[in-house]
Write a protein of this length. Structure first.
Length: 47
């Protein structure tokens, strides 16, 4: 099993951008994978 890597803000930004482009409203809903990725990136940057 490979070692997991922390979520970076750059990766989270790419995920959020892609999600927003494909959604009907053009936004990212609360609790979605994109919002969780953004939260994980914020938490990993604090450490």
């Amino acid at each position: 099993m490979s070692k997991s890597k922390p979520m970076t803000s750059k990766a989270a930004s790419r995920i959020q951008s892609s999600t927003a482009k494909t959604s009907k409203s053009g936004g990212v809903s609360k609790g979605s994978f994109a919002s969780r990725a953004q939260s994980a990136a914020a938490n990993s940057s604090k450490k």
